[in-house]
Design a protein around this ligand. Structure first.
Ligand code: DGJ
Length: 537
């Protein structure tokens, strides 16, 4: 019996050796999103994974450009790259798919040992249909744009065109089917469906089919998603939503469309899918129309959830350098029904500190935008010049966190991580973790009490505290001091170990004591991880 079993195992091992793709597929489960008590983890290779991401520029996902991409990605230390797939390239003739570019991108990512998130630039790219294939552009009657309230064409595809939707679906299905066949090792871990879907410059579609839908009763799932109980059966959009009717209608139309594309692709290959949002100002949004209408902005997230259930995550693209706004965005997109993911954030250096704030909000990933050396910069949204100096604050983050990315993802999933970013004019911040209060101060000297902290000259400080046990924490940061207080008694640093994670175990490099702990735990620009045991006396 034992002999039979060992022969079978040997045969299996030989088969796996002969077919490495099979071996990897057997070893590597499909990436998936899991939820526990309203918190999320992205499982990659079966364990929580933190996306230390980078998105390349819009026109950089071509094999010829890769030599300008990899040095920036390497310097940054990203573990995941976000790269577009262009519909115009992917389907040059109707039904004729060209997989060569996507295959090259996947191969390049494998070679460079990073994971890949593909961005499906199709019906909507920043609200417009600029990436649809030429044969569609040449047939505007069949693939129409939207009509605005004034009767003029709007530079956004009509979400009521069945032909456009069927074409997008067919191409997306082809992409997902191809990935399933060619990527058993799951280099591709997620796919973004469209890019900032919605419409600039018009609140909704006023074409005849759109108007017909607008004049029909609001679907029950939209009413219930928005917790509206209409007066009378068959409530219309105006009756149900008043001044928000046009915007909510458009959100429903776009979400339903994107949801149908996503569902068709997912039926082929169930990778986690997300849709990204061009945000509205979270504190003073202004009227619809001053921001992109129809996309997953914070006010219509429930409509998107109801109309596009195949989209796993609704994700904010952050280009607002205001601490209060960024914090509010993170709060709005971290919901019991939505994992927080920051798939784009400005690459201007001052945004690097928000990585820590996002970790404190249990993000599953973070990706500065425009990371390559093609010399294109989206200033003033991003850095004026993209070089190592500009990337350094982001690279520091990733170098610090990379060795413990799995542990951190698990701790976030368990609700044990807190993170802060310095705020202009607020030189001290407080965190609560179990029985401990943790204060983070900025601009104090490393030696001495540091009363009345002045803050850093620029708000570049950030800190991370994760609870390992009642009295044990991981602590890291840049340009700040972290200190612990107990409510009842005086605090003692029982043991402060500097170290790093290797294969899941914390390896101590040295113990901090004396000047290094007498005034609190002081962090400079050097990546340092501390395992801190606190006590009281
Ligand atoms: C957000 C979009 O999603 C990106 O593709 C890019 O256009 C940036 N805005 C601006 O550079």
């Amino acid at each position: 019996m034992a002999g039979v079993r060992s022969r079978t195992l040997r045969a299996l091992a030989l088969a796996l050796l002969a077919f490495p793709a099979v071996a990897q597929a057997v070893d590597r489960p499909l990436p998936r999103l899991v939820r526990k008590e309203g918190r999320y983890a992205l499982l990659v290779d079966g364990a929580p994974f933190l996306i230390l991401g980078a998105q390349i520029n819009n026109s950089s996902a071509w094999p010829a450009v890769m030599p300008q991409v990899w040095p920036a990605i390497k310097y940054l230390g990203a573990n995941t790259v976000e790269m577009p797939v262009y519909w115009e390239q992917f389907e040059p003739q109707p039904g004729d798919f060209d997989y060569s570019v996507v295959d090259a991108l996947v191969a390049q990512c494998r070679k460079n040992d990073v994971r890949l998130i593909l961005l499906w630039f199709a019906t909507w790219k920043n609200g417009s249909p600029h990436y649809v294939p030429l044969w569609m552009k040449q047939d505007p009657a069949r693939f129409p744009r939207m009509v605005g309230a004034n009767g003029r064409a709007v530079d956004s595809a009509s979400p009521f065109s069945r032909d456009t939707l069927e074409a997008d679906k067919r191409a997306f299905v082809a992409l997902m089917r191809h990935l399933k066949k060619t990527d058993p090792q799951h280099t591709v871990i997620m796919v973004q469906v469209e890019n900032e879907a919605g419409t600039w410059g018009a609140v909704r579609d006023f074409s005849a089919p759109a108007q017909k839908a607008f004049d029909s009763p609001v679907p029950a799932e939209v009413l219930s998603a928005m917790s509206v109980r209409p007066r009378g059966a068959n409530a219309g959009w105006k009756q149900a939503f008043g001044k928000d009717a046009d915007e909510y209608f458009h959100a429903w139309a776009v979400a339903r469309y994107v949801g149908e594309v996503a569902a068709a692709g997912k039926a082929e290959y169930p990778l986690p899918l997300y849709a990204n949002a061009a945000l509205r100002d979270p504190l003073s949004p202004g009227p619809a129309g001053s921001y992109e209408s129809g996309g997953p902005t914070d006010n219509v997230l429930p409509i998107w959830k109801a109309a596009a259930p195949a989209i796993d995550v609704l994700a904010p693209d952050i280009y607002m350098d205001d601490h209060a706004k960024v914090e509010r965005i993170l709060e709005l997109y971290r919901r019991p029904d939505n994992a927080l993911l920051v798939p784009e954030i400005s690459n201007a250096p001052q945004y690097a500190r928000y990585f820590f704030l996002a970790l404190g909000h249990e993000t599953i990933g973070f990706a500065p935008f425009g990371i390559d050396y093609t010399r294109y910069v989206n200033f003033p949204l991003g850095a004026k010049k993209l070089d190592e100096e500009a990337l350094a604050p982001f690279a520091m983050n990733y170098r610090l966190v990379a060795p413990m990315m799995r542990e951190l993802a698990q701790l976030g999933f368990d609700g044990k991580v807190r993170g802060v970013a310095e705020k202009n004019g607020t030189p001290a911040q407080a965190l609560e973790l179990g029985a401990w209060k943790v204060t983070v101060t900025y601009g104090v000297p490393q030696f001495g009490f540091g009363n009345n902290p002045p803050g850093n000259a620029d708000p570049i400080g950030r800190a991370l505290v994760a609870q390992l046990a009642d009295n044990q924490f991981l602590v890291a940061g840049f340009h700040c001091r972290v200190d612990f207080q107990s409510a009842s008694r005086q605090r003692e640093y029982v043991r402060v170990e500097e170290g790093t994670y290797e294969s899941g175990a914390f390896k101590v490099v040295r113990i901090w004591n004396g000047d290094q702990t007498d005034w609190g735990l002081n962090f400079t620009s050097t990546p340092q991880i501390l395992r801190v045991t606190v006590g009281t006396y």
